[in-house]
Write a protein that binds this ligand. Structure first.
Ligand code: ADP
Ligand code: ADP
Length: 223
């Protein structure tokens, strides 16, 4: 089965605003895909459907053939890691260690300490275990937020604007971390050089529909 199958996904927010109008998207294991498009196009709305944060519209989403629905939500959340745009939405404990341990502990995983160390090493933050996330730089917070997701070892990583508001050095460090991960990846971004560097494939969304899907350099050349 593909890593991800989105079929005829349509969704309106409770206030009636229709954000998605029948999105189809298939992602194979190991692909890295950028979700591009103007503000308000529906990129975040789509991303939030991939692990069931949003649901209730029509159409379907499946992860490795498993439907994203109430019955499978826990399994889906373990398999699809969502990295929010703002690390403040993800980091709320008093130490880096506790923040990164939160996911694996919540899933009842037995090897929480090892997972914390492995995830922090993957993002180059292992020496910050006992620091307070509040007192880190923006780039460091972004990497700890990523580690908190990696700790559960999801097959699919969904990132919302990973490079937003990062200094050039932090932006480059994060790119290196992401390129080193062996994961299926979907990345909402406005950062076209980032898309080009990290994602061989791009999907262009406008007004709640997919308007282009192909090699990133072709999508950027044609749009
Ligand atoms: P993007 O991520 O591409 O900028 P979004 O998915 O955030 O777009 O938003 C798609 C559309 O849905 C926009 O018109 C946005 O204003 C609207 N929208 C987003 N969140 C909500 C919400 N909670 N309630 C109502 N409308 C929303
Ligand atoms: P993004 O940067 O991903 O495009 P937005 O700036 O569109 O996000 O939205 C930021 C927050 O505001 C989100 O939580 C979204 O759900 C909410 N939001 C966006 N548009 C609306 C809207 N029209 N009505 C209510 N909430 C909205």
């Amino acid at each position: 089965a593909p890593a991800l199958t989105v079929s005829k996904l349509a969704f309106a927010y409770p206030n009636g605003h229709q954000a998605l109008f029948g999105v189809d998207l298939t992602v194979e294991p190991g692909e890295r895909v950028a979700l591009l498009g103007p503000n308000g196009a529906g990129k975040t709305t789509l991303a939030l459907h991939l692990n069931g944060v949003l649901s209730g519209g029509s159409g379907s989403v499946a992860v490795a053939g498993l439907p994203v629905d109430k019955e499978h939500l826990r399994e889906i959340r373990r398999r699809v890691g969502l990295v929010f745009q703002d690390p403040d939405d993800q980091l709320f404990m008093s130490s880096v260690r506790e923040d990164v341990a939160f996911g694996p502990a919540n899933f009842g995983m037995s090897d929480v300490d090892e997972r914390v160390l492995r995830a922090l090493s993957a993002v180059g933050m292992e020496s910050f275990l006992d620091r307070s996330p509040m007192h880190l730089s923006g780039g460091q917070r972004r990497r700890v937020a990523l580690a908190s997701v990696l700790a559960c070892d999801p097959e699919i990583l969904v990132l919302d604007e990973p490079s937003a508001n990062l200094e050039p050095v932090a932006r480059r460090e994060l790119a290196e971390v992401l390129l080193g991960l062996d994961k299926t990846m979907l990345m909402v971004t406005h950062d076209l050089p980032y898309a080009l560097q990290l994602c061989p494939r791009s999907v262009l969304i406008d007004d709640g529909v997919v308007v282009a899907d192909g090699p990133t350099r072709e999508i950027l050349r044609d749009s």
